[in-house]
Design a protein around this ligand. Structure first.
Ligand SMILES: [Zn+2]
Length: 244
């Protein structure tokens, strides 16, 4: 069984595809949890399966369990990750999955009305994206700082009040996952800021001089960042995505 997604006039319909030898017709079923199951012979092309599903779209819509609205993180909400807009779609699916396709974050789970479960899924996906971006940024600034030592460990997590932190004891840079909801320039500034802390612990004059060397306009970015609060969803969700 594989998970496939039908993209039909802006609508994303995930379905499980089962291939069976010797089937004459394509078979369509909707499970009690609202998930869609399609069985077809191995010789039937994906194009023909999609054509078949499009023909049946009215029937599917009529019989599918429509997930109840998630009160806070509701469906069709715009999320901003590093300044890029993504539409969040939440679907009822048998198994948990997150797929990002053409700026749509398609989140499927058995209980879409469970906000905590939706949040947990999204947070792990956002953390993975953040890790990818920050690994690249740190590499860039460690190079500019001419850092010859062991590169620090990196973790992206929920921090209650800080944007980021360098722990000398653990030799680890911790980035608040809320940073993923900032415009890219400010996320980049955070990477430069924590890199500078590898060399200078406090916010003394030398720290800002080093920061300016790593990223011109360092202090300007620092002032810009102070307009935001390190609160995850307030940064990421469209309704809040502006500086306070
Ligand atoms: Zn600092």
């Amino acid at each position: 069984m594989i998970m496939a997604i039908l993209n039909y006039s802006g609508m994303f319909l995930p379905y499980a595809l089962i291939r069976r030898h010797g089937m004459k017709n394509i078979r369509l079923a909707i499970k009690s949890d609202g998930s869609i199951r399609v069985s077809a012979d191995t010789s039937v092309s994906l194009d023909n399966i999609e054509k078949f599903l499009i023909e049946k779209i009215n029937w599917i819509e009529k019989h599918r369990v429509i997930p109840s609205q998630v009160p806070e993180l509701c469906d069709n909400m715009t999320l901003y990750l590093f300044g890029e807009a993504f539409v969040l779609k939440i679907t009822k699916l048998h198994e948990e999955s997150v797929n990002i396709i053409n700026n749509v974050i398609l989140t499927g789970l058995p209980q879409p009305e469970n906000i905590a479960a939706v949040e947990r899924l999204l947070i792990s996906e956002i953390a993975a994206k953040g890790r990818e971006i920050f690994s690249g940024l740190l590499k860039e600034f460690l190079g500019s700082a001419d850092w010859r030592g062991t590169p620090p460990a990196l973790s992206i997590k929920l921090l209650s009040s800080k944007w980021g932190h360098y722990s000398k004891a653990k030799h680890e840079i911790m980035i608040n996952i809320a940073v993923c909801g900032l415009p890219f320039d400010l996320a980049r500034y955070l990477a430069a800021h924590e890199t500078a802390h590898l060399i200078i612990g406090n916010h003394q004059k030398e720290f800002y001089a080093l920061g300016e060397k790593l990223l011109p306009g360092f202090k300007k970015f620092d002032r810009e960042l102070s307009k935001y609060r390190p609160d995850l969803w307030k940064n990421i969700i469209s309704a809040y995505n502006k500086p306070i």
